[in-house]
Design a protein around this ligand. Structure first.
Ligand SMILES: *Cc1c(COP(=O)(O)O)cnc(C)c1O
Length: 426
């Protein structure tokens, strides 16, 4: 089970934040997302303690529930947003505009205008975007602080779908071409180049690529300082991995700091600049804060022992999308030994809708509650209504208290924006 102290067992039942998950499942129904407020704060503080002088911009795409963003705002977090909707949510949750960086590899003019109007900084991903942003800023009579998203061409050991800093990746401007981009931006009205930004990937479990990346970024910092640009921030993105498997050892934020900080400090001093360091953790802050509780509908013994549950890739797509491993437990038999090997499968009409494979678990029967661990990042935020399934309730527990932070959707939500042409109604 999880190493984290917010998960426990009481009276044979799994608990989160001291609250019985089986009671939660009975009271609110399944499927059910449950997130622990205290754990969000602990993770943020651990990260912050490793980088006391850095600005921590939470990657909103990992989990942009307003309550989560509000908790992080109260801890002093900024936000890394990747869309107009994430920007809207971050501002609504109280994250200050001057602590938000707007990212994205294909931003629309509408999104760029929203960035200008709300006064956030923009990480510019292409030369076309630079020109559009400059034009819009001039028309608005404003000047926008920007960074370029640099593609540093380093290769972290992670799933190919979440390696974002390879030369072949769609993100950013190659580090060899970025100097020209700064030269051009320096002369363009409406944009002030003040930062550099990279993000090399996600679920990275070896810190050495971060060391390579910071060296590359400081090479660029040196060159653009020579152009006469005053660098205000160096943003190294997110990507620190978490231990999804019980015995997995992953680097801590302090290990990451030991890799990044000496290079960052030494190179800054040598260049004679003092930019702020920005980091954008997403998964590390919220990944282990949540459980997904799913009810067992059926146990089918065929070629394999299939346990059908009421949550699938509609609510947790990581196993199907990234072959991700998540620990699972039988929440109402949490202290019983494993007896049989099961595949836990969702209700979605896709053969890939498998939450967990080959897991030795206590004997399972319909009515049991399966808990899926570490679903706080890229869980609910990647959910869909595929197969006409309503999204489920989200609960927050906090020192024993329980609040609904998102109500279950109903059929009306599935069809809310649909329209039937009048000719089909006769
Ligand atoms: C996704 C993303 C992050 C967060 O990555 P994690 O692996 O969740 O820490 C940070 N910055 C950018 C630009 C991203 O796209």
């Amino acid at each position: 089970m999880s190493k984290a102290n917010h998960i426990g067992i009481q009276n044979h039942h799994l608990t989160i934040g001291g609250v019985d998950t089986v009671s939660l499942a009975h009271e609110y129904g399944t499927p059910l997302y449950v997130i622990d407020e205290k754990r969000i704060r602990e993770n943020f503080r651990t990260f912050k303690s490793a980088f006391p002088d850095a600005d921590i911009y939470f990657a909103a795409k990992a989990n942009w529930n307003l309550s989560v963003l509000r908790i992080l705002a109260s801890e002093g977090a900024g936000a890394d947003v990747f869309s107009d909707g994430e920007l809207y949510a971050a501002l609504l949750a109280g994250i200050q505009h001057d602590r938000i960086l707007f990212n994205g590899n294909s931003k629309t003019a509408y999104e760029l205008q929203m960035a200008i109007d709300s006064g956030v900084r923009v990480s510019v991903d292409s030369m076309d975007e630079l020109h559009t942003l400059s034009d819009l800023a001039i028309k608005s009579g404003k000047a926008v602080d920007i960074a370029f998203r640099v593609n540093p061409d380093v290769s972290p050991e992670t799933h190919p779908k979440i390696a974002t800093g390879l030369a072949s990746s769609k993100f950013g401007i190659g580090y060899k071409n970025v100097l020209k981009a700064y030269e051009e931006a320096k002369e363009l009205p409406g944009v002030n180049p003040v930062g550099i930004h990279c993000h090399i990937g996600s679920q990275i479990t070896d810190v050495s690529p971060f060391g390579e990346a910071v060296e590359r970024m400081m090479d660029i910092a040196e060159q653009i300082t020579r152009l006469g640009i005053t660098l205000e921030f160096v943003d190294m993105g997110g990507g620190l991995g978490i231990p999804y498997q019980k015995d997995m050892a992953t680097p801590t934020p302090h290990d990451l700091a030991d890799t990044i900080l000496p290079i960052f400090r030494c190179r800054s001093e040598a260049i004679g600049i003092s930019p702020r360091l920005v980091l954008e953790p997403g998964r590390y802050i919220v990944g282990d804060t949540s459980l997904l509780l799913a009810g067992v509908t059926t146990v089918k013994r065929s070629a394999r022992n299939f346990v059908g549950v009421d949550a699938g890739l509609n609510l947790m797509i990581r196993p199907a999308m990234y072959d991700a491993y998540h620990e699972v437990a039988v929440a109402n038999k949490a202290d019983l030994a494993g007896e049989e090997t099961y595949d836990i499968v969702g209700p979605i009409c896709e053969s890939g809708d498998i939450i967990a494979r080959d897991r030795k678990l206590p004997l399972i029967e319909p009515g049991d509650v399966i808990a899926v661990f570490d679903v706080g990042a890229y869980g609910f935020s990647m959910s869909s209504q595929y197969n006409g399934r309503c999204r489920c309730t989200e609960i927050m527990v906090s020192d024993g208290s329980v609040d609904v932070i998102r109500e279950q959707e109903h059929y009306g939500d599935l069809i809310a924006k649909q329209k039937i042409p009048a000719r089909l109604l006769v």
